[in-house]
Design a protein around this ligand. Structure first.
Ligand code: UGA
Length: 434
């Protein structure tokens, strides 16, 4: 089938590549010419595991192409995926200007039947707004469908190719039949395809992300309480997770959730509630707790050094908001760095993928080491912000040699308490005894 994907962020790029992989003829549209030229040469503009191989393979096969022209994109596909950004505006609502801007263009250029499929995370009522925006300019028949994506960064290709569920929000039988066809390779392999009205579909995405953010925040609060009563949150987490109604996934405590989705979506759902005169009190608390959780290690660091951080060298392992990505949006590391710099510390960091992005953002406010051990040279403490696999089984002897003092503040609970004791480290983590 001929498919167009408008927007080549990680959702658009993964969607386009994976749909080409299942045999469709895909044209990806992006207004950024530099990016399009790069992709035409076979270069993936983001870091996403597994994507590079599929990308190259499908470009070679001729099934994956790129353009900057919306018109060309619109002429190409019967199904037009919108994978456009919906950033947070100043008051926490989703900024729909990209989505509605493209809807205006579609309205002006559409000449035959199209299914416009919204992949972006958007407030309830957006599909209707897109429909009305297109209709202002044309009498041409078309359908607008809500089809939220549930891809995790770092696992996006796997999540796309083996989704747990595919949600299609529309009452158009014609659109349903077309989408069923392109999703057939996945439903044949057992993925659930759920068809519902468009508003419920739009809300399912916000409710899912907000629920997961709440689950993380809940265990973070339990962790904070564990520290006060001397319990070990890892034990509590395992105990809780053994109940299948609770489940053991997304129950890892740490220095808060970040990324381009959870923070923005929780705020947007809270804001949508307000607009309907409904106060999502729970979400308000989640936003608040997460804000302070991101810097939960700072008072511990202050306590350890008796409040004197000026001129002290602190090493940071992990800058990305989570492993397997170079994305630093809303990363806890940035809040941590902000606070430690304010307190006068010198920061040396290491991250396998995200250093260029942080360099662009912070310039020379902090320094960047060539590897994880070099970062520790003469540092008075190590602070761990992201749970990259390479940090999980380090050479403790080497770490101890490099560090000026064997002190670790771990925001992701990577190490065993007993082991750290026997290796001779001062080890402070989240929700576990020191
Ligand atoms: C999230 C959702 O998991 C996807 O299902 C969704 O499609 C996506 O948002 C989106 O809306 O596009 P993502 O933001 O890539 O995916 O990252 P997650 O793996 O969900 O992690 C989010 C944050 O939660 C990270 O900062 C991570 O460190 C934190 N987290 C996650 C925890 O602190 N504890 C956990 O147990 C799990």
């Amino acid at each position: 089938m001929k498919i167009t994907v408008i927007g080549t962020g990680y959702v658009g790029l993964v969607t386009g590549t994976c749909l080409a992989e299942t045999g469709n003829d895909v044209l990806c549209v992006d207004i950024n010419e530099e990016k399009v030229n790069l992709m035409k040469k076979g270069k993936v503009p983001i870091y996403e595991p597994q994507l590079e191989v599929l990308f190259a393979k499908n470009i070679k096969s001729g099934r994956l192409n790129f353009t900057t022209s919306i018109k060309e994109g619109l002429d190409h596909g019967t199904i037009i995926f919108l994978a456009l950004p919906t950033p947070e505006d100043e008051d926490g609502a989703a900024d729909l200007s990209y989505v509605l801007g493209v809807a205006e263009d579609i309205g002006k250029m559409i000449t035959d039947y199209k299914v416009i499929v919204g992949k972006s995370t958007v407030p309830v009522g957006t599909a209707d707004l897109v429909r009305k925006t297109i209709s202002k300019h044309t009498d041409q028949e078309f359908d607008v469908v809500s089809n939220p994506e549930f891809l995790r960064e770092g696992y996006a290709v796997g999540d796309f190719l083996k989704p747990e569920r595919i949600i299609i929000g529309t009452d158009s039988e014609r659109a349903i039949q077309l989408l069923k066809k392109i999703y057939k390779p996945y439903t044949q392999m057992g993925s659930r395809l759920l068809i519902m009205d468009e508003k419920s579909s739009e809300l399912t995405k916000y409710a899912s992300n907000s629920f997961l953010a709440t689950k993380i925040t809940f265990i973070n609060e339990v962790a904070n309480f564990c520290e006060r009563v001397g319990a070990d949150v890892d034990m509590v987490r395992i105990g809780m997770g053994a109940d299948s109604r609770i489940g053991n996934r997304f129950l890892f405590p740490g220095i808060g959730y970040g990324g381009s989705c959870f923070p923005k979506d929780v705020k947007a759902l809270h804001k949508s509630g307000k607009e309907e005169h409904y106060n999502f009190k729970l979400l308000e608390a989640v936003i608040d707790v997460n804000r302070s959780q991101k810097v939960a290690l700072v008072p511990k660091i202050m306590d350890y050094f008796g409040g004197a951080l000026k001129g002290k060298k602190i090493a940071i392992w992990g800058l990305a908001f989570k492993p397997e990505t170079d994305d630093i949006r809303e990363a806890s590391s940035l809040d941590m760095i902000r606070d430690l710099l304010k307190l006068g510390a010198d920061i040396v960091s290491y991250d396998p993928e995200a250093m260029p992005n942080v360099k662009r953002k912070l310039g020379n406010k902090i320094s960047f080491a060539k590897d994880m051990y070099t970062a520790l040279e003469d540092a008075e403490a190590l602070v761990i912000c992201t749970e990259w696999s390479i940090f999980k089984l380090p050479d403790f002897k080497r770490m101890k040699k490099q560090l000026k003092t064997p002190v670790i503040f771990d925001g992701r609970n990577l190490y065993d308490l007993q082991e750290m004791k026997s290796e001779g480290f001062y080890y402070s983590s989240i929700g576990r005894p020191v």
